[in-house]
Design a protein around this ligand. Structure first.
Ligand SMILES: Nc1ncnc2c1ncn2[C@@H]1O[C@H](COP(=O)(O)OP(=O)(O)OP(=O)(O)O)[C@@H](O)[C@H]1O
Ligand SMILES: [Mg+2]
Length: 363
């Protein structure tokens, strides 16, 4: 079986690459698919989130340098149908190692084609920034998904990410497809909606209809080292991840049909949700809710990551500007009415104003 390989990539940090990778993996498994997650980030976040210790055995680093076989490295996770090729902390030193090797940009591709991974999907969680590891991921993948958050920096991340994908499409991997752009950590406030509308207008159908809302359950889940779709399958973020997985599967089916290959249909959304619920119950005894101060610390970290050092006041200010832009016609009409009434009152005096108000039934 030849897996469909998808890289989750954006050069910007902290915009939910890992959260997207691990939730996509468990949702695919819940739909009856077999998945291998490759953790290419030395932080080992997706390894941890799938219940594997990045400090433990050998990992992707050892495959890169040829000191281990796939069977020694790949690990079954707690979730039926999901295996992981973990990151270990030694991965931080891979740039130097790979720079000494021949054809270093295609090392992962060579590993995967030799290893013959027996699964339906491979999900590659990329590190932030463009280095040898994301280039390897893009050179190996059939498709790439870009998670984006609708913050004032979103465009900046996209502007840096799209050319990197184009660079790989023009040389290392001509078949690489941009499967889609996914809005993540989506705030409901005005300025976020404005930014997402602008990006949707520019990228059209490339953007998935599903948007993953900002939901503190994701932070709780990450602190408990679980994907939110397992920790709280009925939370708004988990439901949105399920919707996204449905779209991902649809798009893949269309791509496969175009290429003349057949893909076995996935289990239904209802069945997938039921399986996630079962895994939640099975794991419940092993999971405890993280302490409130730890969660608050994580939320603050996320705010700093998304909005830089903008204060709360500056963020309200930004929302206000967007509000004025959106409602400028109504506001101008209101201003004209106020000015005309003022002029009328001045020219007619208070008696005129009294007459006017009685004429329109106010007195
Ligand atoms: N929908 C969401 N709602 C709230 N918090 C979220 C959501 N998605 C992700 N987060 C939180 O945002 C932070 C960054 O997410 P994540 O680690 O997935 O991003 P990343 O792009 O992989 O980061 P890095 O670039 O460091 O690898 C984490 O604390 C995560 O729990
Ligand atoms: Mg990450």
């Amino acid at each position: 079986m030849k897996p469909y390989i998808v890289a989750i990539f954006n050069q910007k940090g902290g915009i939910s690459k890992t959260t997207t990778s691990t939730n996509l993996a468990v949702c695919l498994a819940a739909h009856g698919k077999s998945v291998v997650v490759i953790d290419l980030d030395s932080q080992g976040d997706s390894t941890k989130s799938l219940g594997v210790d990045p400090n433990s055995k050998k990992g992707i680093y050892d495959l890169f340098i040829g000191s281990a076989e796939l069977a020694e490295v790949i690990q079954q996770t707690m979730f039926e149908g999901v295996r992981v090729i973990p990151s270990t902390y030694s991965l931080a030193g891979i740039e130097i190692k790979l720079s000494e090797m021949k054809d270093s940009q295609r090392t992962l591709s060579a590993i995967i084609s030799q290893a013959q991974l027996d699964c339906d999907y491979v999900v590659i969680d990329c590190p932030p920034a463009l280095g040898i590891l994301p280039i390897n991921a893009l050179a190996t993948a059939h498709a790439v998904i870009i998670p984006v958050t609708a913050t004032p920096y979103a465009n900046d991340g996209l502007l840096r990410t799209l050319p990197s994908i184009k660079y790989v499409q023009e040389g290392l991997n001509k078949a690489l497809l941009l499967q889609g752009v996914l809005f993540t950590i989506h705030d409901r406030h005005k300025s976020a909606r404005k930014i997402s509308q602008l990006i949707r207008a520019r990228l059209g159908g490339t953007v998935y209809a599903a948007e993953i809302p900002r939901d503190n359950m994701v932070i709780e889940a990450a602190a408990a080292r679980l994907p939110v779709c397992i920790y709280a399958p009925r939370s708004s973020a988990a439901q949105a991840h399920l919707n996204f997985t449905g779209e991902f599967l649809d798009r893949h089916q269309k791509i496969a049909a175009k290429a003349g290959t057949e893909v076995e249909p996935p289990l239904s959304r209802e069945v997938a949700l039921g399986r996630l619920g079962r895994w939640q119950v099975e794991l419940a005894s092993k999971v405890s809710r993280p302490a409130d101060d730890r969660l608050r610390q994580k939320e603050d970290q996320l705010d700093r990551m998304l909005y830089g050092n903008r204060t709360q006041f500056e963020r309200w200010h930004l929302s206000l500007i967007h509000y004025f832009i959106d409602h400028r016609l109504y506001l101008m009409a209101l201003l004209v009415v106020i000015m005309v009434s003022g002029l009328f009152a001045l020219s007619m005096g208070f008696e005129g104003l009294r007459l006017l108000s009685s004429a329109i039934g106010l007195s």
